[in-house]
Structures are given as C-alpha cells and as structure tokens.
Design a protein around this ligand. Structure first.
Ligand SMILES: Cc1ncc(COP(=O)(O)O)c(C=O)c1O
Length: 398
C-alpha cells in the first residue's frame, strides 16, 4: 500500500457529512434536483453581500500596488492585521487590553487556523478536550499534530458542563475546544456559561501548573437569532483564542479566508502569535490568500442576509415539532439537531434517504440518537420536504 496506515484508517472513517454530500449528487442525478431535499452539507447558499463583490472588483482593478502579488509576512498583510485588531477591539468593548496587529493572524479559513493553533501548542501525546456533540473534523486537526482528542459530554440541551470538562482533564491536557454558535446543535453559549468554563479552566491550569488554552471556534458568530450578539470568550478567560472565518457569514467558504485572534490579556500572547505565524508557513499554506485578505479588510462588519437562516430555522423547527419530532430550538447557525425517532440514528437517516431527504446521523458528531439538518436550501424546498418528513416519521413509528 502506498499510503500510510494512519491515512488508510482516516480514509475508512472519513467524514459522514462528505459521504452524504456525494450521495446527494448521485440522488439528484437520478431523481432530478428539485426532488431531493439536501440537508446534508453546511455549504451556505446565500449570495455574498454586494460589498464583497465590489471589494473584489476594486481589489482586482483598483490600481496596481507594487508587490501586492508577492510573498508577505506569514501572518498576513500588516494593514489587514491592524484592521482586524481594530475591529476586535471595537466589537469586544468589555476587554481591558486592546488588540494589536500581532494578536490577529490571517489564516486559510477556520480549518487552517485550528491547524495552526494545534501545531503551535501540541507535542505528541498531548490532549485536547472537545464538547460533544462536536464538529468531527476536530479529531483530524488534533491528530495532524500528534494530539489526542478527548470528549466531555454536554447536557441533554447541549449546554456545557464545566464539571465534566474538568473530569476529562489529565496531565496531558493542553486545550479545550468549544464551538459557539454550535454546529450541529445551534446552541449559543451565554456569558455566564463561558465564565463558568473559564473558571473551570483556571482550576485546571492551577492543577497542572501551566495554562490550559481555551480555543473557541466561531465561524457562525454572526449567525445568531433574535438580534442578540454571541457572548465573547475574551472576557471569560485570559488564555483564550478565537478561530474564525468569513466562510459562513459572507457565504464564501471556497475562498478560504479567516483568522485566529489571541486574547491580548494572555500572558505569552506574543510567543503564541509567533508560533501561529510559523505554523502558517511550515504547514504549507505560507499565508492566507492575499486577494481575500485585501477584500475582507474593508468589509469586516458586513455579512450576507443572515436573517434568512433564522426564518428557515423557525419554519422547519415549527413544522417538525407539529409533526411530532422532538428538538431543542437553536439560538443561531443554520442547523437543526432533532432527536432521532429511532434509537439507531443511522437507520433513521436511511429512512429519511428513502424519502429523498439527506441528513447526517448524530453519530457523525459523537452524539448518537439525533440527526443534523443543514438549512442551506431555499424555503420552498423546506416546505416541499415536510410531507417526506411526515412519511419518514410514520415509517419509523410503524
Ligand atoms: C464548526 C465548524 N468549524 C470550522 C469549520 C470550517 O470552516 P472554514 O470553512 O472557515 O475552514 C466549519 C465548517 O463547516 C464548522 O462547521
């Protein structure tokens, strides 16, 4: 075999979300696009805002600046890092130390950012704790750098349980990764939940006589319902870092642009920044896409029409509840995570598939007994799919 045993193993266990995506392509070819309800992949379907298209046009045609297509410092264009730092200071009014350019490292999406973080902090055998249910790619990102992913369960409403996080801490724990607003549950952690997590990590850090890093993966930060803002980890815990991207809020996941933001109040922030910058270089991405850095610099506050996701979420959550499905209402994102009517969530997603609904089983997020629906399809298709959801539930109960 030409590939490594580790890679062969990874291929075997490859992401269920991706498998569903491929199944969707097959079913659409067989039954016609308008007859398949593809709730599988979190691939934003809204157009990017006008300002993104204008910014892109300006960045391409707005006069040549010498060196603009050349190599740059590995952390990104200095003026872009400065703009991100100013944006972070403005949008986190409760912090005591303002952000400077060195606290913002431009990355190849949130995925690239997380790989930089784990490259920067993990030695082989070190552990990272994730809160289940969690985005399964974390397992790969941690493994890429010789780390081991450990799991702490959230409660039955998907809220974090600091005692369970503490119970998962061992002498090898380097970091805890959270994701708020959350994929797959749509939970948005409150300020007091973040504070309690921060207090638990203070205790863990004392126990280990070194800081445990809180990594907050936040690509859905702007997709929150009811006009609320998602509370910030920066005020809750000084050893925190946010990894984020423009993939979901600007609807540009293919453009691969994001950043990591180090808490300026962190002792050792400069050292961590230097390590992230080096990680960007030696992981092979060298720097985040140059053109995209220049575009997002001018539109840090903009987003696609994200309210559309709230509307879709309400329509489907109401309808599924009326049909007899059980679910905890999301507070953000474009996901629903209902309870599977069959104990075996794989069997139930197969039942849904027979009705031409593609959903991801909860086991794909380390929480069996549920299934995830991604609302990246238009409202008419959501309404059209309700009969199929009713039939699947009837089959499950038969
Ligand atoms: C929770 C979560 N984190 C990270 C990512 C990756 O985001 P990006 O496209 O910015 O790499 C995703 C993408 O679906 C996600 O759902």
């Amino acid at each position: 075999m030409i590939i490594s045993d580790r890679m062969a193993e990874a291929l075997k266990n490859g992401s269920m979300v991706r498998k569903m995506f491929e199944e969707g392509i097959r079913l659409k070819a067989e039954h016609g696009k308008g007859n398949v309800f593809d709730y599988s992949l979190g691939n934003p379907d809204l157009p990017p805002p006008e300002s993104f298209i204008n910014g892109l046009r300006d960045a391409v045609t707005g006069g040549e600046v010498s060196g603009v297509h050349g190599y740059m410092p590995n952390g990104g264009w200095p003026e872009v890092r400065e703009a991100v730092a100013a944006y972070l200071t403005e949008t986190n009014p409760g912090i005591k130390v303002p952000f400077a350019a060195e606290h913002a490292v431009m990355t190849v999406g949130a995925a690239g950012g997380m790989n930089c973080v784990f490259k920067a902090i993990l030695d082989p055998g070190d552990e990272v704790i994730a809160l289940a249910p969690y985005f399964m790619e974390y397992r790969f990102y941690v493994d890429n750098h010789g780390g081991l992913l450990k799991v702490a369960e959230t409660d039955d409403r998907f809220r974090p349980v600091p005692d369970k996080v503490l119970a998962a801490v061992t002498p090898r724990t380097r970091a805890v990764i959270i994701n708020t607003p959350n994929n797959p549950t749509g939970a948005v952690y409150t300020a007091s939940e973040l504070k309690s997590l921060g207090d638990a990590l203070d205790e863990a850090s004392k126990r280990l006589a070194r800081p445990v890093l809180l990594v907050s993966d936040e690509p859905y930060r702007k997709i929150v319902f009811g006009g609320c803002a998602a509370p910030s980890v920066f005020e809750a815990y000084s050893h925190s870092i946010v990894v984020t991207s423009f993939s979901k809020d600007l609807s540009i996941p293919g453009e691969r642009i994001g950043y990591a933001a180090i808490n300026p109040a962190m002792e050792g922030a400069g050292e961590l920044s230097g390590a992230l910058v080096l990680a960007n270089r030696i992981l092979g991405s060298v720097n985040a896409p140059s053109l995209m850095q220049r575009v997002v610099k001018g539109i840090l506050k903009d987003s696609a029409e994200l309210g559309i996701y709230e509307g879709r979420s309400k329509i489907l959550a109401d309808a599924l509840t009326d049909l007899g499905y059980e679910l905890v209402r999301p507070q953000g994102t474009f996901y629903l995570f209902p309870k599977s009517p069959l104990e075996d969530d794989l069997a139930f997603t197969e039942t849904l598939r027979r009705e031409l609904i593609l959903a991801v089983p909860g086991i794909g997020f380390a929480r069996p007994g549920y299934f995830r629906l991604s609302l990246c399809l238009d409202g008419d298709m959501i309404v059209k799919s309700l009969t199929a959801f009713a039939k699947a539930l009837a089959r499950a109960k038969a």
